[in-house]
Design a protein around this ligand. Structure first.
Ligand code: PLP
Length: 419
């Protein structure tokens, strides 16, 4: 870091400022976490200098012996941890992994049945502003109005009516477990591939805190930077028969040179995720999000679907009279980072939204437990109720910010990092 401070003080200031921001507040964005110092060390290594198009043992460049070892370790650890026949650890992101999976399995114009974005799906599941909606024919399934759970009957009806080539399950804002077996049966009934987008919950699978989709899916796509606590990136797991197609779809179809520093960091994270401590972590992540959801419920925020089985909860704020957008902004003033989120059948526009999404991965990495989650629920509620335009509201937000700082100091992130 000394070199960065000397060479580029402006960027050094950004790095320090961001470290302070991450340490000084509460990070409740469900897709974020604190990677370990070992993961950061691999990311900041000279492996970033190496071109290595191709795969271990068959590269288009010389000098790949060392990076081959890194990629082989990442592949072996992923296969072992998830019981998969094949792993591709090169996708630059979750979206890149999804694009490669589509490219491997289907053709432009084919029908894809996936969860509707306003019901919790991801942009890559058929949004019109994304490749998935432009190049394929998307059909969206929803959650039921009464239970706010995936409507499996509707999924089957839509599959029978539209005969998709690919069915996608896995979401961005769905707090419940998904029944992969039901999806598998529906896919088999209509002769479709099943892709599970496990971006959000693969870390819970690694920690044995959620069921694994691997045995049910043709392809499992994921990110490595959410609950899994690795570097920003993607990964694909699949059955042996699809291995060559997946590999070709990642390189050369959708990507060029792999990011070898990131792949090494993925290997580090996968090793960490295989340790017993990670299982305790993943189970605590779920207990914490349940405690957070229950705490927020007692503050008048309704957990969508009644609660959560995962690392995230979605809260309907309509009874508080505050929009998701305002709650997000007020919480941010008190150094609580969370995001506004549409709730199922949301009457508001997405940029306003009636809900918020909260996640426990980062605060659990800091060592917080259920008691702190109850405290955090009170802080979120107090910040949400505080209108910054009023004198009392602004004062209340300052009080919440003070309590947030004190709590964050008790559970310091990166206490051991010397920058
Ligand atoms: N799939 C799902 C379900 C996600 O939630 C996300 C990101 O939040 C992605 C894919 C894309 O990951 P990335 O942001 O790394 O492209």
């Amino acid at each position: 870091f000394g070199a960065l401070e000397r060479e580029d003080p402006e960027i050094a200031e950004v790095v320090l400022g961001e470290l302070d921001r991450q340490r000084g507040g509460l990070q409740l964005i469900a897709s974020e976490n604190f990677t370990s110092p070992a993961v950061l060390a691999a990311l900041g290594s000279t492996l970033t200098n190496k071109y290595a198009e191709g795969y271990p043992g068959r590269r288009y460049y010389g000098g790949c012996a060392e990076v081959d070892r890194a990629e082989e370790l990442a592949i072996d650890r992923a296969k072992e941890l998830f019981g998969a026949d094949h792993a591709n650890v090169q996708p630059h992101s979750g979206s890149a992994a999804n694009m490669a999976a589509y490219a491997a399995l289907i053709q432009p114009g084919d029908t894809v049945l996936a969860m509707d974005l306003p019901h919790g799906g991801h942009l890559t599941h058929g949004s019109r502003v994304n490749f998935s909606g432009k190049w394929f024919h998307p059909v969206g399934y929803t959650v039921r109005r009464d239970t706010e759970l995936i409507d499996y009957d509707e999924v089957r009806d839509l599959a029978l009516a539209h005969r998709p080539k690919l069915i996608v399950c896995g979401a961005t804002a769905y707090p419940r477990l998904i029944d992969f077996k039901v999806f598998r049966d529906i896919a088999d009934e209509v002769g479709a591939y099943l892709m599970v987008d496990a971006a959000h919950f693969i870390g819970l699978v690694a920690g044995r805190a959620a069921p694994s989709p691997v045995a049910h899916a043709d392809v499992v796509c994921c990110t490595t930077h959410k609950v899994l606590r690795g570097p920003r990136g993607g990964m694909i797991l699949c059955r042996e028969e699809l291995a060559a197609r997946i590999d070709k779809a990642v390189f050369p179809f959708t990507q060029g040179g792999p990011m070898m520093h990131t792949i090494a960091a993925k290997a580090v994270a996968l090793r960490e995720a295989a340790l017993p401590d990670f299982q305790s972590y993943a189970h605590q992540v779920v207990k914490n999000s349940q405690a957070l959801a229950a705490g927020l419920a007692s503050e008048g925020m309704r957990p969508v679907s009644g609660g959560t089985d995962t690392h995230l909860a979605l809260l309907d704020l309509r009874d508080t009279g505050v929009s998701g957008r305002d709650a997000e902004a007020r919480c941010e003033r008190a150094h609580i980072n969370l995001n506004k989120n549409a709730i199922p059948y949301d009457p508001e526009k997405p940029m306003t939204a009636s809900g918020i999404r909260v996640g426990s991965p980062a605060v659990t990495t800091q060592g917080m437990r259920e008691g702190e989650m109850r405290q955090i629920a009170g802080l979120i509620a107090a910040a949400t109720r505080a209108d910054p335009a009023s004198v009392t509201g602004a004062a209340a937000l300052r009080d919440v910010a003070d309590e947030v700082s004190a709590l964050a100091r008790r559970f310091p992130a990166y206490a051991q990092v010397g920058v």
